[in-house]
Design a protein around this ligand. Structure first.
Ligand code: NAP
Length: 251
C-alpha cells in the first residue's frame, strides 16, 4: 500500500519512523516536505520536496503515483496545505487522515491573551509590550514591523535571507526541543515582558510557556486557523492504527 505523508512536523517524522519499524513491506511511505528549511532532518521514508501546484496538482500527483492513502501531518498553522489535502483527497477518491497535535491551554498562573491572527497579535504587542519575544516563524514577522518603540527578541530556525526590519532587536537561531531552564535564562537575559506564540501545541516548544508562567511574563497566544472538517487524530499511535486498519482492509 502506498502512503503519501504530508510532513514538516515532529509527528510526521515519528510516524514515518514507526511505519519503517513496524510496517516495513506493508506500507510504502513517501514523506512530502514544503522545502522551507535548507537542512531537513534525515529520516527513514522516501523524501519528496516542494509544492504540488495547488489542490489540483496534488490530486494529479496522488493519481499518477497510484497512492492509496493520504495522511496530512502538517503543522496546525499550515492551513493552505490542509485545505488542499482535503480537496485533493476528495478529487482522487483517496482516504485522508489529519494528524494534528492538541493545542496548549491556559492554566493557573498563566497570563494569556488569545488573539485570532498575527495582525491582532501585533496590535496587542503595540498596546502593551515593551520587550517582546517573537516565536512565530519567519513568515509572520512583517506583521510586527510597525510596532514602534518595542524591543524584539526573535527566534528563528535558520538565518533570514534579508536583515530583519526591526529598529531594536536581537536574533537567535535555534531549533527545539527547548528546556524550561534555557527558556527562563533567555527571557530573563533580555528582560522580556511579553511572549508571542502561535498555539502550536506539543512538548518540543512548550517550555517557553512554563518559563513565562513562572516569571509572570504575559503571553499573546495566536489561535489556530480553522481546519476543514475531516477525520482527525491527535497521536502518532492513532494514525498508525488507522493506517494499519486500512492496510488490513485491502483485498
Ligand atoms: P501552507 O501555508 O499551508 O502551504 C503553502 C504551500 O506550501 C502549499 O499550498 C503547498 O504548495 C506547499 N506545502 C506546504 N506543506 C507542504 C508539504 N508538506 N509538502 C509539499 N508542499 C507543501 O504551509 P506553511 O504554513 O508555509 O508550512 C510549510 C511547511 O512547514 C509545512 O510542511 C508545515 O508542516 C511546516 N511548518 C509550518 C509551520 C507554521 O507555523 N506554518 C511551523 C512549523 C512547520 P502547493 O500549493 O504548490 O502544493
Amino acid at each position: 500500500m502506498r502512503l503519501l505523508l504530508l510532513g514538516g512536523t515532529g509527528e510526521s517524522r515519528e510516524l514515518a519512523e514507526a511505519l519503517a519499524a513496524g510496517a516495513a513491506g506493508q506500507v510504502d511511505v513517501t514523506l512530502s516536505l514544503a522545502g522551507r528549511t535548507q537542512t531537513p532532518t534525515p529520516g527513514p521514508a522516501r523524501l519528496r520536496v516542494g509544492g504540488f501546484g495547488g489542490a489540483a496538482g496534488l490530486a494529479a500527483f496522488l493519481k499518477n503515483e497510484r497512492f492509496d492513502l493520504l495522511v496530512d501531518a502538517t503543522h496546525p498553522f499550515a492551513a493552505t496545505m490542509s485545505a488542499h489535502a482535503h480537496a485533493a483527497a476528495e478529487a482522487a477518491a483517496i482516504p485522508l487522515l489529519r494528524l494534528v497535535r492538541p493545542g496548549w491551554s491556559a492554566g493557573t498562573g498563566d497570563d494569556w491573551t488569545a488573539v485570532p491572527d498575527m495582525a491582532a497579535a501585533a496590535e496587542a504587542v503595540a498596546a502593551s509590550a515593551r520587550r517582546a519575544f517573537l516565536t512565530v516563524g519567519i513568515n509572520e514577522l512583517d506583521s510586527f514591523a510597525r510596532c514602534g518603540g518595542v524591543f524584539f527578541l526573535v527566534r528563528l530556525i535558520e538565518p533570514p535571507a534579508a536583515p530583519l526590519a526591526f529598529a531594536d532587536h536581537r536574533l537567535v537561531l535555534d531549533r527545539g526541543p527547548f528546556a524550561v531552564a534555557d527558556e527562563t535564562r533567555l527571557m530573563r537575559e533580555h528582560r522580556i515582558d511579553t511572549l508571542v506564540t502561535k498555539n502550536s501545541g506539543g512538548a518540543a516548544t512548550g517550555a517557553k510557556l512554563d518559563a513565562a508562567r513562572a516569571a509572570g511574563i504575559a503571553v499573546i497566544m495566536v489561535d489556530r486557523p480553522p481546519e476543514p472538517a475531516l477525520q482527525q487524530v491527535a497521536t502518532v499511535k492513532a494514525a498508525l492504527d488507522w493506517i494499519m486498519d486500512k492496510s488490513h482492509d485491502r483485498p
